[in-house]
Design a protein around this ligand. Sequence first.
Ligand code: NDP
Length: 455
Amino acid sequence: MAGYDYDLFTIGAGSGGVRASRLAATFGARVAVAEEYRVGGTCVIRGCIPKKLFVYASEFGHMFHEAQGYGWTANGAHFDWTKLIANKDAEIDRLNGVYIRNLNNAGVDIINSRAVVKDAHTIHLVNENRDVTADKILVATGGAPWTDQSVTGHNLAVTSNEAFHLEEFPRRVVIAGGGYIAVEFACIFKGLGAEVSLVYRGEDVLRHFDRDISVQVHREMSRMGVRVITSAVFDKIEDIGGGARRVHLDTGARLDADLVFWAVGRKPATDGLGLENAGVALGKNGCVIVDEWNRTNVENIFAVGDVTDRVQLTPVAIREGAAFAETEFNNSPTKVDYDFIPKAVFSQPPVGAVGYSEGKARKKFGGVDIYKSDFRPMKNTLSGSEARTFMKLVVEEKTQKVVGVHIIGDGAPEMVQCLAVAVKAGLTKKDFDDTIALHPTSAEELVLMRNKFIE
Ligand code: NDP
């Protein structure tokens, strides 16, 4: 658009911002993206990717033990935290480089600066102390960990941001929260050899998942030795010297730790962004309110990803970024379809889920048929591991469509990514039954469940 420096100015080079910027540039737009930290955003730099590398590292903690049942001797296995951090950092640097290269190749200007909105078409680049103008602005600043500042000593605890860079491996860890990050990090630290306590305000962790999954994850975590403390919250955190902390719970209990970790949710990153200068309306927790076209109340300002607080997942942010670019720069109006988004929690064993939980399906469809299978996977016969695999199908009674699949067990996220195609396509329980089993796998159970579960 003549008169402006850029056709599109994106604030935030995370998953959503990068996809939108690259695509818009390939459609011929003049695009710049500002990033105050590192290109790649939460997912690549301090989220999904380094977390999954930590998960792989911690799984070995169980494998050395379990390998003995298969005839291996693995005495003297030793874990080196410093080496893991260094190798993880090298991989993150590589991915950061790939993201930068991809933006450069698409012709996007990368500006390493904090960007603040001055008015609907002007952005101030704080580090460079200059203004640029753009026809359209895309806010893709993501989110940041939230901590409960009403707790005395709240700043003695870290968040996931710092957990990826700890200089020393903590021997005793106390985690607040019972969601994705709390559960994943509890399993990571436990697998790597720490003593772990997880403090959750509710009854069973992963409250938003199917209740059977919550109960099973809770059970598996306890089985692997994580101390899961429910119906409790932090009251106070105290520095007791030598780098140690004492956590006081509202129940009166006290827990000593080398690391205290907040995992109580994330908040959209809009503080100090200047959106009020352009009159952009914000919602609960400071999220940017957008419509189905990712448009804010200001005609030329858009937002995608976690900053909109819709679904806080990388692939969703990427879809939203792509839909925005298609709509605004390729004359191809595109909306994101939010139905049947597959989800995974990289607990140990991991969880995979797509579609309705039993509770939500009963509310939506009335009658549902439930199928469950709970078994010890074959690998665990010789390994001696007590970990079980649990699978559940939720079927709408009237149409017999499979509307929910919930799995905890090795390979669950991989299974669910594939099953999500079947569920999204509206396949029925009969379609599952008509499919021949693939033997011997755990996944074959999914096509072999014949008996409805009766309470
Ligand atoms: P979640 O929303 O998953 O969990 C937050 C947890 O904190 C819940 O257990 C919640 O309890 C608890 N909580 C909230 N407020 C308080 C409070 N005041 N005091 C005590 N406990 C509290 O957030 P996470 O931080 O774990 O993760 C943020 C988001 O990032 C996730 O929602 C997810 O979308 C994404 N993510 C996805 C991952 C994946 O795909 N594998 C991995 C990591 C993150 P309650 O349940 O009772 O509300």
